[in-house]
Write a protein that binds this ligand. Structure first.
Ligand SMILES: [Zn+2]
Ligand SMILES: [Zn+2]
Length: 258
């Protein structure tokens, strides 16, 4: 079974291994290289480039540093989504780089991240927060000190000097059930993409990522912002277009619902 290397200190290996087992790809985790140098969720280190570039770079580094031939990268980010500014949105990318072919295939999963900075008045509020989000870790900042990965009331109380208290979610994978689930979903999407081969050249990763808006309204036939067709492109030049057979709800129509 081919093995892909993953540079991680955040326990992502088992999540990716479970998703890639159907593709008969094993996963080994390598902890000696700190990928936090490429940016952290908690903001100490800014990302030097877009998430899609970071995840590919991580996959290439993992393949090169391990000598495995296959390298995996995982990268999460915030922002975007259907209601920017109203609904916090979170995306996970998982990339697999194949050193022999030079190809990088990237899986994606995205959804709401309804968890923000919390201001707590007292111990009771702390207990309620922890019971609402089991397994979720929290970050406490006190002057220059930062305490991460706090998951129990005792761990927090030990470090509290005064109330009210402000806690931030710790988004590192092993401290965030929400992120863990989404990383698994992105890895499942990667596995599906690896199984999707170009009909012309059998290259993996043949996926209809190119979406075109303009789905006609069911009421009046006008073009809407909904997707009307998706197209897959292969590096060999082969393309295939998949039309969306549905019609758009008049609610989404610029004529019926201006
Ligand atoms: Zn092709
Ligand atoms: Zn209409």
């Amino acid at each position: 079974m081919p093995v892909a290397a993953l540079l991680t200190r955040h326990g992502k290996g088992p999540l990716l291994a479970a998703a890639l087992r159907p593709q008969e790809i094993g996963v080994i985790s390598i902890g000696y290289w700190d990928t936090d140098q490429l940016g952290t969720f908690s903001g100490e280190i800014e990302r030097p480039m877009p998430a899609l570039d970071v995840v590919r770079l991580k996959a290439i580094l993992a393949a090169d540093l391990s000598g495995c031939g296959l390298g995996l990268g995982s990268e999460g980010s915030f922002g975007g989504g259907p209601y920017p500014g109203l609904l916090p949105w979170q995306q996970e990318l998982v990339a697999l780089f194949n050193h022999d072919t030079g190809q990088c295939v990237t899986g994606v999963a995205a959804g709401p991240a309804p968890l923000g900075v919390q201001t707590l008045a007292d111990e009771q509020a702390l207990a309620q927060l922890l019971s609402r989000h089991p397994g979720q870790g929290w970050i406490l900042r006190d002057g220059d000190l930062t305490y991460k990965g706090l998951t129990s009331a005792a761990q927090v109380l030990e470090r509290v000097s005064s109330w009210p208290l402000t806690l931030e979610p710790d988004w590192r994978a092993m401290h965030s059930p929400l992120r863990s689930q989404r990383i698994r979903a992105a890895a499942d999407n990667l596995a599906q993409r690896l199984a999707a081969q170009c009909p012309a050249c059998q290259r993996p990763g043949f996926w209809p990522d190119d979406a075109e808006a303009g789905l006609p309204c069911a009421g009046c036939g006008a073009a809407t912002h909904k997707i009307q067709r998706r197209t897959a492109h292969c590096a060999c030049g082969f393309t295939r277009t998949y039309p969306v057979s549905a019609q758009a709800d008049p609610f989404d129509c610029p004529c019926c619902n201006p």
